[in-house]
Write a protein that binds this ligand. Sequence first.
Ligand code: NDP
Length: 315
Amino acid sequence: MSTERVKCLIIGSGPAGYTAAIYTGRANISPVLYEGIQPGGQLTITTEVENFPGYPEGISGTQLMDDLRAQAERFGVEIRTGIITKVDFSERPYKLTIDDEKEIEAETVIISTGASAKYLGLDDEKKYAGMGVSACATCDGFFYRKKVVAVVGGGDTACEEAVYLAGLAKQVYLIVRKPYLRASQIMQDRVLNHPKIQVLFEHNAVGLFGDNGVEGVHLVKRKGEADESYYDLAIDGFFLAIGHKPNSDVFKPWIETDEVGYIITEGASPRTRVPGVFAAGDVADPHYRQAITAAGSGCKAAIEAERFLSANGLL
Ligand code: NDP
C-alpha cells in the first residue's frame, strides 16, 4: 500500500470542505481534499440556492459548488476522488486509508463529510429529485409560494418545516405514519393550530405521480389495518423530514459523537477530542445545517488547523 504524508487532509467536498480548502490553500499548507461519495455535497441535489450571501439573483447548487471548487483549486488545493475506508487516530501523524488501497499520513484532519437526509426509499423520490422532491424546506420552500405541499415526518424537523412552508404555500399536508406527533409540545401546538396545515395521521406515502414534476402523492391510510385505504392527493411539492444521518461512521471509534452520530466538538469550536482533528459542517451540526453555516465552520476549522501546525512547528 502506498503512503503519503500531508500537513492537512480535508475530507468532504460540500461548502465546509471547500471553504476549509480555500483557507488552508491560501495559508500555503498544501491541503489535500478527498471528495467523498457525493462530490459537491448535498447542494448538488437541490435546485436553486437563493440564500447564500453574494448571489442577489440566486445560483444553482451545482454552479455554487463548481465555483467553490474552482476557488479552492486557484490556491493549489489538490482535489481527489476517494472514500476514507479506515482511520487510525491513535497517534500523529494520523493514518487514513483511501479506498482500501492508499494510506495518507496527516498532521491535521478536517472532517467535513456532511449528513445525508433520509429518504423513504421510493423509486419516485429519485425520479422526481429536483422536480418537486426536496429534503430541505429552507432551501426549496420559496419555489412553492401559493402552492400545495406535503411534508413527511412527525418530529421537530417536520413540524418546523411544515410551519416554515405554511408561511409560503397555500396549503401544507403533514404526512405522519403514527397516530401522534413525536415533536416537542410547542411544535405540535403550532402545527395543530395552524390554519394552513392539515395533519394526516396514520398515513404513509407510497408513490408520487406527475408528468412534468410532482403533481400528487399516492397515500395509504392505516396501512396494514382492516380498514386500510388508498387515495391520491394533489400536491406540487413533496418534502422529506424524517431525519438526517451524519456521515461519521468511519470516525466513531476515535471521535465522540452524539446518539444520532453528529460529531461532538469543544463548545462552538471545530475541535474534536483528538488534537489536530477538526469537524466542520453538517457532520457536526444537528441544528442549522445551512450551506453558509457549513462554510463558516469550514473556515474556523482551517484556521484551527493552521494554528495547530504552527504551534507544533509543522508549518
Ligand atoms: P426525529 O427522529 O425526531 O423524527 C423523525 C420523524 O420521521 C418521526 O416522526 C418518524 O416517525 C418519522 N419517520 C422516520 N422514518 C420514517 C419513514 N420511513 N416513514 C415515515 N415516517 C418516518 O428526527 P428530526 O429530524 O425531526 O429531529 C432530530 C432531532 O433534532 C430530534 O431530537 C429533534 O427534537 C431535534 N430537533 C430540534 C429542533 C428544535 O429544537 N428547534 C428542530 C429540529 C430537530 P415515528 O415517530 O413513527 O418514528
